[in-house]
Design a protein around this ligand. Structure first.
Ligand SMILES: [Zn+2]
Length: 242
């Protein structure tokens, strides 16, 4: 019997088969055999949670190599079982119909519990839940970003003056000459390593405005492997949507 698993990342779904081998020692190898066919070779006794975590971590790479069975965007319906990305992880949502008038989102143990008033239907239901999630991400961004910005700013010896969270469709972040950083709230959906790259990218502009060699040297001072992170962000970026 073949062992299967499935991982969601944003709107993409990755189904994989597990091949256990007693001859394999420590490493887990993920391959895309053909479009939509992902194989994970693992040592005999590997826990399925660890296999799933590995597939999740490599989701960007798998999607880039056509390993996802459905590609985005499939319209979100906000029903139990769907998931949204947060800090690079796929967070499953459970929808609870309630009699009250407000949509409430609770996040705990990497799960969303969403109270949705029964009176909401159709497009209105979609819009109200979507806005509630956007607010949720914005609050998280405002809460989480300052510490990350501080840490990287110290590494680069720069002093940003303000951190704002915005709805920027075309970019992850921007930085004004006066030191105001503006972040797209969707950046909180990205894996932390990629978010740190976004942070470093903007802060390095406080040292060098243009994307010159000198500028990228500044980025590398905070993020030595910035090239890989930049590439991964390009890969997973399109999946980071509500
Ligand atoms: Zn730039």
């Amino acid at each position: 019997m073949t062992e299967h698993g499935e991982v969601a990342f944003g709107n993409a779904r990755i189904r994989y088969s597990v091949v256990r081998s007693p001859r394999r020692h420590k490493t887990i190898e993920v391959t895309v055999e053909q479009p939509g066919l992902v194989t994970v070779a693992v040592p005999e006794g590997t826990a399925s949670e660890r296999i799933e975590a590995t597939v999740q971590r490599r989701a960007g790479w798998i999607v880039r190599h056509d390993g996802a069975t459905t590609t985005p965007p499939s319209p979100r319906r906000f029903v139990s079982g769907e998931s949204l990305p947060y800090f690079g992880r796929s967070v499953r949502m459970f929808v609870h119909p309630v009699d009250g008038g407000d949509v409430r989102i609770r996040f705990h143990h990497w799960q969303f519990d969403v109270d949705v008033p029964r009176s909401l239907v159709g497009e209105q239901r979609y819009d109200v839940i979507r806005s509630a999630f956007e607010r949720w991400y914005r609050v998280r961004a405002q809460d989480r970003l300052p510490a990350r910005v501080d840490r990287v700013a110290r590494l680069l010896g720069v002093n940003p003056t303000a951190i704002l969270v915005r709805d920027q469709r075309q970019r992850w972040a921007s930085c004004s000459p006066s030191g105001t950083l503006r972040f797209n709230w969707r950046a909180l959906m990205a894996p932390p390593a990629l978010l740190d790259y976004v942070v470093a990218h903007e802060l390095a502009h406080l040292r060098v405005r243009a994307h010159t060699t000198e500028y990228w040297a500044a980025v590398a001072q905070a993020i030595p492997d910035y090239r890989q992170r930049r590439e991964r962000l390009r890969d997973v970026g399109p999946l980071l949507v509500i």
